[in-house]
Write a protein that binds this ligand. Structure first.
Ligand SMILES: [Zn+2]
Length: 114
């Protein structure tokens, strides 16, 4: 399950960041899971619960946000409605998938720093 390797990478990155800023504690993590990221949020959460033991995130709650897939026009930036033809009716160019729709994004790390 690739959720485990994603969680491992996430925790390592958070630990690095925490050490760099000499954080006393990590109070919370917020992660966005894009609808088209191929990541199962439930599996991701389960993986996190397993993996965080013994890490700097052992006491850190995880907030997962599901990000709906969205498309927009790369030229005029008009949003393209879900289920519509993926093409801007004004500019006649193909719509582009918005950032985050197919990604796993670490939105924020809430750290206690000295
Ligand atoms: Zn357009």
């Amino acid at each position: 399950m690739h959720e485990y390797s994603l969680v491992e990478a996430l925790v390592r990155r958070v630990e690095q960041e925490a050490r760099r800023r000499q954080a006393l504690a990590i109070r919370g993590l917020t992660v966005s899971v894009g609808e088209l990221s191929g990541v199962d949020p439930e599996l991701f959460r389960t993986a996190y619960e397993t993996f965080r033991a013994g890490s700097l995130c052992a006491e850190t709650p995880l907030t997962l946000k599901r990000l709906e897939a969205r498309w927009s026009c790369p030229a005029c930036r008009a949003p393209i409605a879900r289920g519509a033809v993926l093409r801007c009716p004004t500019c006649d160019v193909p719509a582009r998938l918005d950032e985050g729709s197919d990604a796993l994004t670490l939105d924020s790390i809430d750290m206690e720093v000295p």
